[in-house]
Design a protein around this ligand. Structure first.
Ligand code: NAD
Length: 265
């Protein structure tokens, strides 16, 4: 029998939109390894979609959690406290930027769009970690999702690259604050994957092509592979690992060739 890495652990998955979501890849890996899961959704429009997927994991609570609202986040974790008493892990797989800002020159990013992208994509990790930590009475692990556009310029990634740079810094500072409570926090830098959010990026097709041609593995990474990496970081196998960005991208950035000329479409 294979070892179940998350047996008797309970965790939260934020960021499932559909079965292509990276969060869903994480949920499946965690459930397969024995975890009990709870899911968040940001609004009524998403509720049904998340409920339909969560039904495949009987008994999984599906609760409102718009991460731009402090009240939603605190109510979400209060309900989980009532339901479970404590939790062991959180998957934060959430980002948002206006579509125009992933196409126009970064220079043109309006102030309010910049603030919203930072709020949803970076600050939300801080707000979620603050509410989750008191429930992690036996220590815990938090995983968030980032992208190489935080480190280097990837054409069109723009404000999201800036938000991801902030997210990666948040990961390090949160790891420092939460370490004394044995709560670890890590970021996975995933290679490009065709998902609902990623489809908002102009030239996603070129990003996928470049990654496929330049990555040492000569292909793109899958949600399942990102989910398996999250599984490791959420499990006790990674008990000494925190505050790091882990590239799970078929080696895509190792050759330094991942930049491309935008198509101008
Ligand atoms: P996705 O569209 O499936 O997931 C994004 C999720 O963010 C959705 O479930 C959406 O409901 C949620 N969300 C947006 N605003 C929210 C809010 N206010 N409150 C709560 N939830 C909110 O796309 P994905 O590609 O799976 O994205 C998941 C994460 O992975 C994001 O952080 C993304 O930047 C990151 N990532 C994606 C790729 C890629 O190529 N797809 C690569 C690296 C990193």
């Amino acid at each position: 029998m294979t070892t179940r890495l998350l047996e008797e652990k309970r965790g939260v998955v934020l960021g499932v939109a559909n079965d292509r979501s990276i969060a869903w890849g994480c949920a499946q890996a965690c459930a397969h390894h024995g975890a009990e899961l709870a899911f968040g959704y940001p609004n009524d429009a998403m509720k049904k979609r998340v409920e339909e997927l969560a039904q495949t994991m009987p008994g999984a609570p599906v609760l409102l959690c718009d991460v731009t609202k402090d009240d939603d986040i605190s109510a979400f974790f209060a309900k989980l406290k009532e339901h479970w008493g404590s939790i062991d892990f959180v998957v934060h797989s959430i980002a948002f930027a206006h579509r125009d800002d992933l196409k126009n020159p970064f220079l043109q990013t309006p102030r309010d769009h910049f603030a919203l992208a930072m709020d949803v994509s970076a600050y939300s990790l801080v707000a979620v970690a603050r509410e989750a930590a008191p429930l992690m009475t036996n220590g815990g692990s938090i995983v968030t999702m980032t992208y190489y556009g935080a480190e280097k310029v990837i054409p069109n990634y723009n404000v999201m690259g800036v938000a991801k740079a902030a997210l990666e810094a948040c990961t390090r500072y949160l790891a420092y604050d939460l370490g004394p409570q044995s709560i670890r926090i890590n970021a996975i830098s995933a290679g490009p994957i065709r998902t609902l959010s990623a489809s908002a990026i102009s030239d996603l097709r070129i990003m996928l092509d470049v990654a496929e041609k330049t990555a040492p593995l000569r292909r793109n990474v899958t949600q399942t592979e990102v989910g398996n990496a999250a599984l490791y970081l959420l499990s006790d196998l990674a008990s000494g690992v925190t505050g790091e960005v882990h590239h799970v991208d078929c080696g895509y950035n190792t050759l330094g060739l991942s930049a491309y000329e935008p198509s101008g479409e």
